[in-house]
Design a protein around this ligand. Structure first.
Ligand code: SF4
Length: 389
């Protein structure tokens, strides 16, 4: 028996979504403050299905951190270390290549590479790293560096940001990551990431990259000291840049994790808060096609639920995640492709393996039944190859 959704207080916003009209910041606040979670989900699902149908995607990727040494000490960060710390690390180009080789053997199509703001690695290291990874297999896509890393590299290389990005692209960079956005409002930013780049600087790095023809993702770290208005301001600034450049391929809301940092907030956001944040992001960011339920931060079960609340992507297999796990995330370090396909199928969606730019690599049958034979990441699990990026 199906239960009709009662829209009551959100009826006008539902009709606004049906009409395809843009939502204002006041609308976004109403959605955030509503207790009508089913109505919110129905609106977000309507907007999502209009853009993505019943498809939900994942990527075969591997996280690689070249170093966790960082000259900054953002209050929320559990990842960064100083040179004096016992558990600091930095990898050589050869070690990065060895890890990438293992990933390639598993069918990985993307390396997601970030690090701290290393105090002394020369710019040439980053060029050599990209060049060596690019030389391994030209089909491997390199999604690397946050905006603050780009500013740091530009400063180290004594180059302009456009020159820095051009040199990195020529060496092999395919896409920027969206990390480091946190919350844009200055008061919140100084409370959680003092010393980091400003919102204007974050947006300017992405603007320059987009205007060079590059693509990137964008993020928001929520659930710490920020208000709902701060979240909406953040989304509004992303939407404005996207109106200008169209360069964001996807948005990834990141739930705050409370361990091993100095922010006086000891709880991660609740499931309710996570679900409504994903739903409002989908509805408000009408010009960003893909919204990710980041399973590392949410856990796979809640990420599945989020697929019915506006998300259309689960992110990737990852293989070696440090940043969230050092902040207390309990999720496993990786997922197999079979687990991701099954998680998507259980929600009634059609699983799609995507590449870095969210283009389909493989589209699966929607009906369950194949995944038991999957045998893990990289195995032939009988998906239909529709397009190879
Ligand atoms: S969030 Fe990034 S910039 Fe800030 S301390 Fe951590 S690694 Fe460094």
């Amino acid at each position: 028996m199906t239960r009709a959704i009662q829209f009551s207080g959100l009826r006008d916003l539902y009709e606004q979504a049906v009409a395809g009209q843009r939502f204002s910041t006041a609308d976004a606040l109403r959605l955030f403050e509503s207790r009508e979670i089913h109505a919110l989900g129905a609106i977000a699902d309507l907007v999502n299905r209009r853009q993505n149908g019943a498809r939900a995607s994942y990527i075969l990727n591997r996280y690689l951190n070249y170093s966790n040494y960082c000259i900054l000490s953002c209050q929320f960060c559990a990842f960064a270390r100083k040179k004096r710390d016992q558990d600091g690390f930095e990898l050589s180009v050869e070690q990065m290549v060895a890890k990438a080789r293992e990933a390639l053997a598993l069918g990985v199509t993307e390396l997601h590479i970030v690090g701290g703001l290393h105090p002394s690695l020369p710019f040439q290291f980053y060029l050599d790293m990209l060049g060596a990874l690019r030389a391994m297999d030209n089909r491997l896509q390199l999604k690397c560096f946050t905006a603050i890393e780009i500013l740091h590299l530009a400063w180290q290389a004594r180059r302009s940001v456009p020159d820095t990005l051009t040199a990195l692209r020529e060496a092999g960079l395919d896409s920027l990551t969206g990390g480091g956005a946190e919350i844009f409002r200055p008061e919140v930013r100084s409370a959680i990431a003092r010393g980091k780049e400003s919102a204007a600087e974050y947006l300017e790095v992405h603007r320059i990259w987009h205007k060079m023809g590059g693509r990137s993702t964008c993020t928001m770290l929520y659930g710490h000291v920020e208000s709902l208005e701060d979240r909406i301001d953040h989304l509004e600034q992303l939407r404005q840049l996207q109106d200008e450049t169209g360069g964001f391929t996807g948005f990834i809301p990141l739930p705050y994790h409370p361990e091993n940092n100095s922010i006086p907030v000891d709880k991660a956001p609740t499931a309710w808060d996570t679900i409504r944040t994903i739903a409002v992001s989908r509805i408000f960011l009408d010009n960003v096609r893909h919204i990710t339920a980041y399973w590392v931060g949410l856990g796979t079960k809640l990420a599945q639920v989020a697929l019915n609340f506006g998300a259309d992507d689960l992110h990737g297999t990852i293989h070696e995640e440090h940043i969230f796990r050092m902040a207390g995330a309990q999720s496993p370090a990786q997922q197999t492709e079979a687990e991701m396909v099954r998680a998507i199928r259980e929600t009634g969606r059609t699983p799609v393996q995507r590449n870095t730019f969210y283009e389909p690599v493989k589209v699966w049958e929607t009906t369950p039944g194949q995944d038991e034979a999957a045998g893990g990441s990289g195995a032939d699990i009988s998906g239909r190859n529709l397009a190879t990026a």
